[in-house]
Design a protein around this ligand. Structure first.
Ligand code: 5GP
Length: 178
């Protein structure tokens, strides 16, 4: 086990690189099997999903396209701070099978908002792939098709996930030491 310090917080190794890679390959195999003949469009949610997306794509064996999106705070004249807009979607997804690629589903509210936004483009089907799921925190009824790993309700960093902008570069996933 190794400890890292990011700003005022200490983290310890939680999921080592080898285990992450094994689970990502399993998810990639499941997607390749389920979506054979579909030529899906993967929609990767920045910033957190960039590393998962990269490893997932390298292990897929079906033809696929990718688009990177962000959920940004609404920039209009009236902003509640809650309203988010989807930016960066540059692929025509109407009638296509879409796989949303996320880093982590916590309460599920971000994913719910994403599904609503993406549905407006009339895809044939939306599937969800997440690296991590915190089942105890899930607030809504969400059908998640692909989950690499289930984790307890603690704050984690590494493998794309940050604490105050730092820690995304680690190959392992770390959990907070209280
Ligand atoms: P939700 O809307 O499902 O509650 O939250 C999803 C978002 O919260 C994720 O995309 C991620 O940005 C952030 N998040 C939730 N849990 C964690 C965590 O343990 N670590 C980090 N770094 N981000 C988290």
């Amino acid at each position: 086990m190794s400890l890292i310090q990011i700003k005022d917080k200490c983290f310890r190794t939680f999921i080592p690189e080898e285990q992450i890679q094994k689970e990502v390959i399993r998810v990639a195999d499941e997607i390749s099997r389920d979506l054979q003949g579909e030529a899906p469009v993967f929609i990767s949610v920045l910033n957190g999903a960039f590393m998962f997306t990269s490893d997932l794509m390298k292990n897929l064996s079906i033809p696929c396209e990718i688009s990177f999106v962000k959920l940004a705070s609404y920039q209009g004249t009236v902003s509640t701070g809650e309203v988010k807009e989807l930016v960066g979607l540059n692929t025509d997804i109407s009638g296509r099978t879409v796989v949303i690629v996320e880093d982590i589903v916590d309460t599920g509210l971000t994913m719910q908002a994403l599904i609503k936004k993406i549905s407006a483009y009339h895809p044939k089907e939306i599937r969800i792939a997440t690296l991590l799921l915190k089942p105890e925190k899930l607030k809504i009824d969400l059908a998640i098709d692909y989950v690499a790993m289930h984790i307890p309700n603690d704050f984690i960093v590494g493998y794309g996930l940050d604490y105050e902008g730092l820690g995304r570069n680690y190959r392992d996933i770390y959990t907070i030491v209280e």
